[in-house]
Write a protein that binds this ligand. Structure first.
Ligand SMILES: Cc1cc2nc3c(=O)[nH]c(=O)nc-3n(C[C@H](O)[C@H](O)[C@H](O)COP(=O)(O)OP(=O)(O)OC[C@H]3O[C@@H](n4cnc5c(N)ncnc54)[C@H](O)[C@@H]3O)c2cc1C
Length: 500
């Protein structure tokens, strides 16, 4: 029988996607007979943005065996308990999408059904008062959720990081190289394909060196050197739902203690991010070029900076959408080459991580079994669609009518999958998590409620609990949240202790 095992893996690109893939493969494919080669071009460079993450990165870091405090020191990371959205539902409004649950289930129902009933009774505090991590974050407090009284007192929570993605990629490079990955510096100028199968056979660098491979991972960024420029895999354009197509990023000095959350402030033709790191604050303006010029976008960003600038503006162009076949023949696209969803919910690094996990699950041999490839592509498409719908929700669930951009977003046609979800929630407050999707009921509730979508009714089973019992439980949760918050450290103090 022929030996069908993959022996030569070539990763094209050394941005966050390339080095995350290389580090994970070095860890998971430990085999002297498998060579992993990463090619990157310093002359081309990386996109150089991407600072906020979601809690799933904890699993990735654990897979690599990273020591968390060392990782945080190396990447100048701060803790992230969620995202604060300012001016999204309406001007002057704000809410936090937290990485932790509201209250606790009652009668096996999600907490918000009981809260809606309690609210109708005229007794409820604002929903946030039943969420430990939201209340703590608002006061600039954060502490890791490890046992003790904090966890016992109320809903569980998780956390993520805000970090310097360039430093993260450098750190992962060390891990990957220590695990046997060979790095080649240089620009690929030619790609050769097998005439019969159309598979990529080798890439040739400007130096003349040719690198053959069995499996190619395209981490070449927006250009999609192999997946698009060579294999023309196609792109599904979602810019009608997500019209922002540009960003300008710029760092400034941090002038206040770091908050344990990312802030996303809606602007007249897009939104601005503010991400506190240990060493600086990352800022950016994501905007729609149909409604605002690059100069205006930069002016707006500069106006809102907290401190003196520490970098030149970095302008980026993009289009929302997904690659039609992110796995095509013997090429798998990971990172920006596989699709792009704007960074409103900090999902890109997660999409890299989940593509790596999916590839490992479906790791091929040289037959490149088409049903496996089809399965991988269907899963990728579904994941992108689910994240897309969640991001679109922030734009369509708005009452803003103060600019042509918001008038477009408020009235645009939305994906049917999202319209169905909104219809169900608006009627009877039900939230469904489809197929183990990334964003759970807490996330959907935070944004729906935060942007003033109020359901007509709640779940009928929420009426079963006697009113007195409901009141007792609600007061207990509220008290536990307040007590838990009072025990928490200030984020800068906890961070300082943790990284020392
Ligand atoms: C405005 C903006 C904000 C973002 N914010 C976040 C965020 O907060 N959180 C988050 O998770 N994600 C964020 N992202 C996404 C994040 O930046 C990317 O997912 C991440 O950086 C991965 O990029 P990449 O590695 O796919 O591509 P790139 O960083 O572009 O890397 C491409 C690599 O390919 C190499 N290359 C290309 N062509 C060739 C060639 N011909 N020869 C050799 N090498 C080549 C380049 O040298 C480079 O090493 C943001 C993105 C944008 C645009």
């Amino acid at each position: 029988m022929n030996d069908l095992r993959i022996r030569k893996i070539v990763i094209v690109g050394g941005g966050t996607a390339g080095w995350m893939t290389a580090a994970a493969m070095a860890r998971l494919l430990r085999d002297d007979e498998i060579s992993i080669r990463l090619i990157e071009s310093e002359a081309i460079g990386t996109v150089g943005v991407g600072e906020a993450t979601i809690p799933h990165i904890l699993y990735f870091n654990r897979l690599l065996g990273l020591d968390e405090s060392e990782f945080m020191r190396r990447t100048h990371a701060t803790f992230k308990a969620g995202i604060e959205f300012v001016d999204w539902g309406g001007l002057g409004q704000r809410y936090i999408h937290p990485f932790g649950a509201y209250g606790e289930p009652m009668n096996s129902l999600h907490f918000h059904h009981s809260w809606l009933r309690y609210d109708q009774m005229g007794k409820a505090q604002p929903l946030d008062k039943y969420n430990l991590i939201v209340e703590a974050a608002r006061l600039g407090k954060f502490q890791k959720p490890e046992g003790g009284r904090l966890n016992a007192s109320s809903g569980a929570y998780s956390y993520a990081f805000q970090f310097d993605a360039g430093l993260y990629a450098r750190y992962l490079r060390e891990i990957a190289e220590a695990g046997g990955v060979k790095r080649t510096e240089g620009k690929i100028s030619h790609v050769s394909r097998q005439p019969e199968t159309g598979h990529v056979e080798s890439v040739t660098l400007e130096t003349g060196e040719t690198v053959p491979g069995d499996l190619f991972i395209d981490c070449s960024g927006f250009r999609g050197l192999l997946i698009e420029q060579t294999l023309q895999s196609g792109f599904e354009d979602w810019s009608a739902y997500l019209p922002c197509d540009r960003a300008v990023a710029r760092a400034c000095e941090r002038v206040a203690p770091p908050l344990p959350y990312t802030r996303a402030t809606a602007k007249s033709a897009g939104w601005q991010w503010r991400i506190p790191l240990q060493s600086r604050t990352g800022n950016g303006h994501v905007y729609c070029s149909e409604f605002i010029s690059d100069e205006e976008a930069l002016e707006g960003l500069n106006r809102d900076l907290d401190g003196p600038v520490t970098s030149e503006p970095n302008f980026l162009k993009f289009k929302a959408g997904v690659r039609k076949s992110p796995w095509n023949r013997n090429v798998v696209a990971i990172g920006l080459s596989s699709g792009f969803l704007e960074p409103l919910e900090s999902t890109s690094i997660h999409l890299i991580q989940s593509a790596i996990a999916r590839l490992m699950e479906n790791f091929p041999d040289k037959t490149f079994n088409q049903p496996d490839i089809d399965y991988y592509n269907r899963r990728t498409q579904l994941e992108y669609e689910q994240v897309r719908d969640f991001i679109v929700l922030h734009y369509c669930a708005t009452q803003r009518d103060d600019s042509p951009f918001w008038n477009y977003c408020r009235t645009m046609q939305i994906p049917q999958t999202l319209a169905d979800r909104l219809a169900v929630y608006s009627e009877n407050a039900r939230l469904y998590r489809h197929d183990n999707e990334l964003f759970d009921e807490t996330s959907w509730l935070a944004v729906l409620h935060g942007q003033n979508i109020r359901p007509k009714r709640y779940h009928p089973i929420a009426d079963i609990m006697p009113a007195a019992e409901l009141e007792t439980r609600m007061k207990r949760i509220e008290g536990q949240v307040a007590a838990g918050v009072s025990l928490m450290a200030r984020h800068p103090d906890f961070l300082e202790r943790y990284i020392r």
